[in-house]
Ligand binder design. Structure first.
Ligand SMILES: [Zn+2]
Ligand SMILES: [Zn+2]
Length: 99
């Protein structure tokens, strides 16, 4: 699995860490940046609302965190836990919306 899934438009600023959408190349259904804690943003970059709670949102997070987990200190491990919790909440919310 390689993220972002689509190549971001060059020179269009921020791109979604999961799908690669940008300001001028939004997802088909329309999307906006999801508000996340600064430490999440600093570690992983922005996430768009179309990707929030999808299996790719979760997979990206788990892959990134699994790689760095052994190197993290106390604060980093705490933040990793919070990021996983937030991702689980996004996934639960999305599945509820689809019922
Ligand atoms: Zn996205
Ligand atoms: Zn998007």
């Amino acid at each position: 699995m390689k993220y972002p899934l689509n190549k971001p438009i060059k020179g269009d600023g921020l791109h979604c860490r999961v799908c690669g959408c940008t300001q001028h190349n939004a997802c088909e259904e329309g999307c906006s940046w999801v508000k996340e804690p600064a430490y999440t943003y600093d570690f992983m970059g922005p996430l768009c609302s179309a990707c929030a709670g999808t299996i790719h949102d979760l997979a990206y997070l788990v892959i990134r965190l699994a790689k760095v987990l052994p190197t993290l200190g106390t604060v980093g491990r705490k933040r990793a836990g919070l990021m996983l919790l937030a991702a689980a909440r996004r996934a639960a919310k999305r599945s509820e919306e689809q019922l």
